[in-house]
Design a protein around this ligand. Structure first.
Ligand code: TYM
Length: 338
């Protein structure tokens, strides 16, 4: 099966900037895996996006293969879905250029991720960091995507994608499908940092204790949850404002066990934070254990990963080129490729 089938299309991606966190998994990848049942899915390793922050070439190459292996280890099935590398399909950069001419500076200046990243990387506020959301718009619009499963941090970028698509269609007719974001439908829209639970869990947090990586071993997971910051109130309630650490642990426990928030509150009623932390660590380890063991095997076979990315790029290119033809035609650009 692939995205040219009768099923509606899903597109999503993650950056190869190091291993995935539990936030990436619960906010996005777990939903991707489930969506393969009902959608023609396209999952991209967005290496061009990663270049907006300076990367070591050898490390980037390694991260690209590791992320591909992690997609598979999490349950993305290359028989059902297209998995490919963004830089293998030149239409992404090409459409990004064209869409940049339909995107206003003011719109990009409002992006909170740009503001955050400019602070983090103040010595390298490059134009790519600024136009990052335009490349994301190109990613999704190229495949006439119906749904885009992402965590909450990407919501603003997808709103911009919709605005740009609507603007373009308004000028030239219905060239692009306007995609719907799906935010954290099958997990947690925003998994929080274990040390500063008002922030999202991210690969770039200063402390290792702040984040669970998908390939952390079982002891590391237990250690990090034991050290998770809570509060001094000593009651297990769901209160994101006054008890963000406890709320985060409850959300993670629910996502990892499949229980509802009410069930979680009943289960942990009159218990201490220690029990919540330990049971959350155990539940997360139960989820991560099969991913860790599948990853080791998959990551060792680089030949197979390369072959898979080559195949995926071919399938993706065929679809992307169809959209590019429509775009060129709409804009009045004569094509040399027919
Ligand atoms: P990236 O690589 O930062 O993250 C991949 C996915 O993980 C989600 N996520 C989280 N969800 C919940 N809690 C968290 N703490 C958390 N941290 C990350 C992200 O929302 C994302 O869904 N720009 C995107 C990649 C991208 C993309 C696209 C996505 C490029 N083109 C087109 C969708 C469609 C990014 O940097 O994701």
């Amino acid at each position: 099966m692939n995205a040219s089938s009768a099923l509606p299309t899903v597109f999503s991606g993650a950056q190869p900037t190091g291993q995935l966190t539990l936030g990436n998994y619960l906010g996005a990848l777990r939903t991707w895996v489930r969506m393969q049942q009902e959608y023609a899915c396209i999952f991209c390793v967005v290496d061009l996006h990663a270049l907006t922050v300076r990367q070591d070439p050898a490390q980037l190459r390694e991260n690209i293969f590791e992320l591909t292996a992690l997609y598979l280890a999490c349950g993305i099935d290359p028989e059902r879905s297209i998995i490919f590398l963004q830089s293998h399909v030149p239409a992404h950069s090409e459409l990004a250029w064209l869409l940049a001419t339909f995107t206003q500076m003011g719109e990009l200046e409002r992006m909170t991720q740009f503001k955050d990243k400019s602070q983090q990387h103040h010595q390298n506020i490059n134009a790519g960091l600024f136009t990052y959301p335009v490349l994301m718009a190109a990613d999704t619009l190229l495949y006439q995507t119906h749904r885009v499963p992402v965590g909450e941090d990407q919501k603003q970028h997808l709103e911009l994608t919709r605005d740009v698509a609507i603007r373009f269609n308004g000028l030239y007719g219905p060239v692009f499908r306007v995609p719907e974001p799906l935010i954290g439908t099958d997990g947690v829209a925003r998994v929080k940092d274990l040390q500063e639970p008002t922030k999202k869990m991210s690969k770039s947090a200063a402390s290792e204790l702040a984040r669970i990586m998908l390939l952390d071993d079982a002891d590391a997971v237990v250690k990090k949850f034991k050290k998770a910051v809570t509060d001094t109130l000593g009651v297990i309630r769901y209160d994101e404002v006054n008890q963000p650490g406890v709320a985060n642990l409850l959300n993670i426990w629910c996502a990892a066990t499949g229980h509802s928030r009410e069930e979680a509150l009943a289960h942990f009623d009159h218990n201490q934070y220690g029990k919540l932390k330990m049971e959350t660590a155990e539940a997360v380890n139960t989820v991560l254990q099969p991913i860790r063991s599948r990853f080791m095997e998959l990551n060792n076979d680089r030949g197979q990963l390369k072959q898979l990315l080559r195949q995926g790029a071919e399938q993706a290119r065929a679809q992307a080129d169809r959209t590019m033809h429509q775009v060129w035609q709409a804009l009045g650009l004569p094509t040399s490729r027919t």
